[in-house]
Design a protein around this ligand. Structure first.
Ligand code: ZN
Length: 343
């Protein structure tokens, strides 16, 4: 090779490497949006690689689907929902599917298994609409399954179909275990079958248990604590007292709790007290002020996304910084945000 050619080649290599460095985008955050569906559930997770996972779709009709699509398309900049998990068959979780699928493409669906018979607490029309929208091509999740997302993220199913990780059977529902064991009457609703998910991103850990209820919550902790301490707890079952067994809540020991309640649903007083009594709790967020209880049973105004019954559907955003060492929780409509250190 002649001297001039070698020099040109060297210059190209330098420019190429420089270009790579300049073109490489800054590392992105992991974002979790708690969308207000008035006491239903809709949690949108967007990975640093831009993949999306929506857990539950709110109530039937256009209101909740519209709110979810607004956050997904206009706030998060998504063109599609890659993965959609329906934790269980109640209308405040599965109801939004057909309307949402008209607003944004949904690629993969997951649930705890299509019901063979429609139980008293389910409504046939919403399950039929789900079957039709998904063309019955949903995947059934079992405890131990993982949802395949970016390598930096681990999304693991810890409960589904009434069983928790490591159990051979979902029966019996009530299994005495632990020093503070206390049972409630058997939960005969589909809440017991909810899919519960643990998401890990670096040091950051998040738990979303759908509407899991009291007796199965104890089994998440005893005989083995399957989740470990978390940074952020999406409070089970919209913060109702039929769930949120203190044995589980204390074991999760979150620094931040987010209650996806409505103005007159969830966010109940005993659950709020359980959260408030946690030694390391730094903040409790609510999607709504609970209008049925007093100020002492609600978090501070700055941590409530929607304070009035007639609301605009303000969402709560959680952003985990690359590496998972810090995260920020904000209520963009109120221009309020606070940064937390991962535990
Ligand atoms: Zn629910």
């Amino acid at each position: 090779m002649r001297k001039k050619q070698r020099w040109l080649l060297g210059l190209c290599a330098v420019l190429f490497l420089f270009g790579l460095g300049a073109a490489r985008p800054a590392p992105r955050s992991l974002d979790i949006y708690f969308i207000d569906v008035e006491g239903g559930a809709a949690t949108l997770i967007v990975t640093p690689a831009g993949e999306s996972l929506l857990i539950d779709t709110g109530f039937p009709g256009d209101r909740d689907a519209g709110r979810i699509a607004h956050v997904a398309i206009e706030v998060a900049g998504l063109k599609q929902i890659d993965h959609c998990v329906i934790t269980h068959w109640h209308r405040d979780h599965v109801g939004g599917v057909p309307a949402l699928a008209k607003l944004i493409p949904i690629k993969n669906y997951y649930d705890h298994g299509l019901p063979e018979t429609i139980a008293a607490d389910m409504q046939a029309e919403y399950i039929a609409a789900y079957r039709q929208t998904t063309q019955e091509r949903s995947s059934t999740l079992k405890p131990g399954d993982k949802i395949k997302l970016s390598r930096s993220l681990d999304v693991r199913v810890i409960a589904a179909g009434g069983a928790v990780l490591g159990e051979q059977s979902s029966k019996p529902q009530i299994r005495p275990c632990g020093n503070n064991f206390e049972s409630k009457p058997e939960d005969t609703t589909d809440n017991i079958n909810s899919i519960g998910i643990v998401l890990t991103f670096g040091r950051f850990k998040f738990f979303d248990g759908g509407d899991l209820s009291w007796n199965i919550e104890n089994r998440l902790v005893c005989p083995r604590h399957l989740v470990g301490a978390v940074d952020v707890y999406q409070v089970d079952h919209h913060g109702t007292d039929a769930s949120n067994n203190p044995v589980l809540v204390r074991a999760l020991n979150p620094k931040v709790a987010v209650i996806d309640n409505g103005p007159r649903k969830g966010g109940e007083a005993r659950t709020f007290a359980t959260l408030q009594d946690l030694k390391q709790i730094e903040a409790i967020y609510q999607l709504h002020r609970n209008l049925r209880t007093t100020d002492k049973d609600n978090t501070m105004a700055g941590y409530i996304a929607n304070e009035d019954e007639a609301c605009q559907g303000n969402f709560i955003k959680l952003s985990v910084e690359p590496g998972g060492m810090w995260y920020t929780v904000s209520i963009p409509a109120k221009q309020i945000s606070r940064r937390y250190r991962t535990r």
